[in-house]
Design a protein around this ligand. Structure first.
Ligand code: BTN
Length: 320
């Protein structure tokens, strides 16, 4: 109710009446919220007003924001610390499918997973570590472009949220801001006879904390949105909007509602376009100029002799 009336005050009597409790009980609950770091202003005979949210992940606020944006159709699990939200989601998907999707969020991960078996350093303090688990039971083909589509959707959401076009996607799904990496997606699926049994969408965004610097000069430096944009982003509304958007995008993929030409939009968000890059696949290293992606979402590389090659996977670095 505080969120719904934001930025205005809501009277103590309206809160009391709606919740069926006394005004003293309202006052005591407001104080409990304050102890959790939620900044609420009170003026006698006027009421209560939300002033600020804590940076630390707060379960009540995630629920409240999901309510506020009218999204209730998921099972939410929130942890202070977890090994990896992807691993936890996988576990929950095998034990508990009474309501899907399953959403797992944590303030910190002790064993965060990145792409290509790398570690995703996941310190506590306002970053997004989020996984969403689905049981699609559809043929693999329907979800082939899921990760690319989602990478683009996340970048669109961030551009919109922070009112800047500086966010880009680096194939297949690194999230870039000011030539540095602020996030990544790790999608994991279990497939049986060409059908996708379970699908886990994992997203990490450095909102406040920057993991240690990568010393390799060809690798993109990690950074955080707060550091790059000089702002204090609100973790809870962003998390809620991401959850709603990912579930909607997933449903669009499953129901074949995405524009088959969505890949033509890619250029608008593509960080690698026209850059000289290397692609490492197994032991093979290829160097050339990136020419965007083909209609299947493969990365296109043009070699100095004019020939082209497409890659369905690989580790991409910029050539300096
Ligand atoms: C990458 O290598 O760029 C992908 C990083 C994905 C990290 C996220 S954080 C939430 C989820 N849980 C994990 O263990 N990994 C993903």
């Amino acid at each position: 109710m505080l969120l719904d009336s934001y930025p205005n005050f809501i009277s103590g009597s309206l809160l009391a009446q709606t919740l069926g409790i006394s005004r003293v009980a309202v006052w005591s609950r407001i104080n409990k919220l304050r102890l959790q770091g939620i900044d609420i202003r009170a003026i006698q005979n006027v009421g209560y007003r939300l002033v600020g949210e804590p940076i630390i992940l707060n379960k009540n606020l995630v629920y409240a924001w999901l309510e506020h944006i009218n999204y209730r159709n998921c099972q939410l699990f929130i942890y202070d610390s977890i090994n990896s939200t992807n691993i936890e989601t996988e576990k929950l998907l095998t034990e508990n499918t009474s309501k899907l999707p399953i959403v797992v969020i944590a303030d910190k991960q002790t064993n965060g997973k990145g792409r290509l078996n790398k570690k995703w350093t996941s310190p506590s303090g306002g970053n997004v570590y989020l996984s969403i688990g689905f049981k699609p039971n559809v043929e693999v083909l329907k979800l082939r472009k899921f990760t690319l589509y989602l990478g683009m959707q996340i970048v669109k959401l961030l551009r919109n949220e922070f009112n800047t076009e500086k966010f880009m996607v680096k194939w297949p799904n690194d999230i870039i801001l000011n030539e540095k990496k602020i996030g990544g997606i790790l999608t994991e699926a279990s497939i049986d006879s060409e059908r996708v049994n379970s699908l886990i969408f994992g997203l990490g965004i450095n909102l406040y904390q920057t993991p240690k610097l990568n010393r390799n000069k060809n690798k993109l430096k990690p950074t955080s949105i707060s550091h790059e944009l000089g702002i204090e982003p609100s973790l809870h509304p962003l998390t809620a909007r991401i959850i709603k958007m990912v579930v909607k995008s997933y449903n669009n993929c499953i129901n074949q509602k995405i524009d088959p030409n969505f890949l033509s939009e890619w250029n608008e968000y593509d960080y690698l376009n026209n850059k000289d890059i290397s692609v490492l696949k197994g032991d093979d290293l290829s160097k050339g100029n990136c020419q965007g992606i083909d209609h299947d979402g493969n990365l296109l590389l043009k070699f100095p002799n004019g020939s082209k090659k497409s890659f369905s996977s690989g580790e991409i670095d910029l050539l300096q």
